[in-house]
Design a protein around this ligand. Sequence first.
Ligand code: FE2
Length: 431
Amino acid sequence: MSASPPSSSPALVDESPPPGGAATPSEPRQRLSSVPPPHAAAKAIGKRPRMSRFRRILLGITALCHLPFVVGLAELARRLGAPSLAAWLSATLAGALGVYLFLGRAEKIADDAPRPFLPTFFFDVPYYVHWSACVFCLVPSLVYLVGEPVVDAIRGAPIGPEPGFFMWTYALGLVVCFYGVTFRRWFFVTRRVEIRVPGLDARLDGYRIVHLSDLHIGALTPPWWGKRWIERANRERADAIAVTGDLVTSGVAFHQAIAELVGGLRARDGVFCAMGNHDYFGEGEPLITFIRARGPKVLRNEGVLVERDGARLYIAAIDDTWTRRANLDQALSERPAGVATVLLAHDPGRCSQIAKRGVQLVLSGHTHGGQIAVPFLARWINASKLAHHFHLGVYEEGDSTLYVHPGLGTTGPPIRLGVAPAVVVLTLRAA
Ligand SMILES: [Fe+2]
């Protein structure tokens, strides 16, 4: 078995500095990669100019979500015997501190960097448990504030919200969110999926692809955390490994560590990577260079032919759609006629368009399955469903199948509820 670029495929080189240092002036300047320069707007999106506005929105949400916390904490202090004024003052100060502490974390969203273990896991993680618990309180609190007067009016009771409601809701939120930020995020599952691939050569029936996506390595999901996923994937001894982007959380500080992780993946026919939007939240080119230097193929609007005893499979990937680097025509331009195709596309949003091009299997990620979902019903009820048509699991579009990976890491709040991180093992079946 071999995996090789089609004979006329462009060279996979770029101008990024090599690992360990920048190119010297005496070294020959390499041709830019096969990927055309991104649209000017794409570059702008890559630098996230709207981040400050994004942070302001997050800060506003954070402040709003702290209101039930303040009421609940004041009630707790009052029940513990504090005078009412002191209870309210201390709770308000605690709420203000909670909002203030978010400011520093919002900065890190834009430019993630390694942090020492102790402050991260004994300060940041507890803070995010608290922050998530505040968010957890928001919807029940709004429902309560609207519904409670109606219920009291019907019952003929004095109208007025009971502060204990907010106290107990926050307490419940702490328990649930502690589980989501720690245990649910840490423990991953191995999910096995069989997929019918029309046109797959019968000699490739049973071909196994380990699918990883959305690792989001960063301060809150450090490389040692992700190493477990790599080891689990390698134990599968798969025919191929597909990594569908968002290796990065943001910034460039983890590029070398991520390349070492991905470079540690082993599969019979190779490791194939697509880039995601977060990989360009910062300068993405060095990451690509580092990964390629360690063996995995980063496919940017291109593909390779995998061959076994004359049976062939075309594995291709489009570049990131968010930053307008994706070029489906180019990715499929070298596809031999009649060869079943697996296309890696970080964002599943273009699946219908891809299906019309006769691609039999599309592998995506991006949605994380919402990160928060109703347990056991995640496929149908999850947060990403609000924004994505294809949000989790298997979808069929004519003769094409799309698999949307639940992701391994997290973005935004480091929490998962109802959607486990997963190493996915896909077994292709000749239809
Ligand atoms: Fe992601």
